[in-house]
Design a protein around this ligand. Sequence first.
Ligand SMILES: [Zn+2]
Length: 338
Amino acid sequence: MQAQTFETRVADIKRRAHGRWTDLLRSLGVDEKILNKRNQPCPLCGGHDRFQYTDKYGEGNYHCRGCGPGGGLKLLQGVQGWDFMTVLQCLEEYVGSMTPMPTDARVRSTETTAGRMQKLAMRIWQEARPVTRGDDVDRYLRQRGLALVDYPDALRCHPALGYYEKTAAGNSRKVAEYPAMLACIQGGDGHLVTLHRTYLDNGHKVQQRAAKKVLSSGINGAAVRLVEATDELAIAEGIETALAIHLATGKPVWAALNAGNVEKLWLPDTVRRICIYADNDANADYDGQACAFALARRLKKAQHKTGARQVEVFVPRQAGCDWADVWRSRSEHLRTAA
Ligand SMILES: [Zn+2]
């Protein structure tokens, strides 16, 4: 069988995708909001209302007053941070290519590990559902005193996620399946970097095993955007801590997932008031406090570029505590007092 040339692959995918772009973009992880055909910030170049998705010619068309017009292929590259070959391969998997690609061509078009991990993350994310009352994630958060009426879009419930362990030979082997809370970790430009997984068992974190895992390493300043930032944003390490802060203060909140990433966190320029809720690691190595203050210092020192910002750091009084612990003991106190 003759290998398709690159040009015929592109032409083929354009023909097959014609008129189906909105569905395709949605299936490949482009946020519904980007596709709502209203003026909004450009997912590729920012701004306030310069971007509009129109699908005018059935090619996933959009127009941006900043970076110009484009179609679904370009939009997918920009939003997901994928290179053109990755986009082409994803589309071919979804709509089917004209002739199957010979294996050696697949091998030749080498994908980066990051690209492969991102596709895996996307597939797991698509398998999961928004969190609803009574599902495993709702039961888990409820048990932690963190039930919400509406759960963030950045969290999903996976009904049965494979749990892998490394064998002595260094290979990954699936040893179980559990329901899981998935959290979408977004980079500065809004694309899915990877997923955070909390494996659950009957409304609790799994016991005897590492319950929390990031799918791939190197999140490098990306965050779980639980509540979209306004001109104000609260920052916490853990997802549960971040939800506790949102419940207690009503502030928009992002979770950085670990102390080291708090320090590196990417923040939008539009945020003017930042409250960093540190974990109190005084019983360990003071990582929580150190990284919170390192972020505060970075933000203050960058003010000549960003303009003046109000930055505050809050640390729970008790060693070994985070703000979720504080919220829980306060709620328990209120319950017994009632
Ligand atoms: Zn733009």
